[in-house]
Design a protein around this ligand. Sequence first.
Ligand code: NI
Ligand code: MN
Length: 225
Amino acid sequence: MANLTYIGHSAFFIENSTCGILIDPFISQNPLAKFDMNNKKITDIIVTHGHGDHLGDAVPISKSTGAVISAIFELANWCAAHGANSNPVQMGGLLNYNWGKLRFVPAFHSNSTPDGKYAGMPTGVILEINGKKIYHCGDTCLSSEMKVIGEVYKPDIMLVPIGSHFTMDIDDAVIAAEWTGVKTVIPMHYNTFPPIQTDPQMFKTKLKDKGVECIVLAPGEKISI
Ligand code: NI
Ligand code: MN
């Protein structure tokens, strides 16, 4: 059994008895985020791309905890140059960790470091942990890649951006959920800033019509997966 905590925006903490994985830890600069960055259970950090609302506090948390940041090659090397422990990866490979497996997959977006340097391709990730496959889309538009992800990798849970403007909106996220064939969807990347205001309950209603479960989490809320 693993637990998943929604920190806020696109940040999640997934933990079991042996690991604590932070994804896109945008915490100190997000007044809506709820998470203790000194949490002793942090063992791993995954970052989908270098934008500030995703890279967030990854470097200082890596420095203080020793946790390794897994990210696309250029971004991981930038993190290492700023004193973090990092694991540079590319999309496609199945990466083995002591908690399970991780695969980086495409996202259609842009990607740069906080100082404006090229950060490689933006990504999503699929984590396999405690028998569950969790697909965190990162920032992306609707993409036919999601059909491939559904057909080949068959994720169980999808963490999907719905805020529009920088990512998919609700209607495209409903299509994304159908294409990936997931049973459970958790919305993210909405209501943090004015341009991405939306109604997650409307998303939940639209998914219910498609027979897909939607769990709307408040920042700090934890569920078992
Ligand atoms: Ni972004
Ligand atoms: Mn973003």
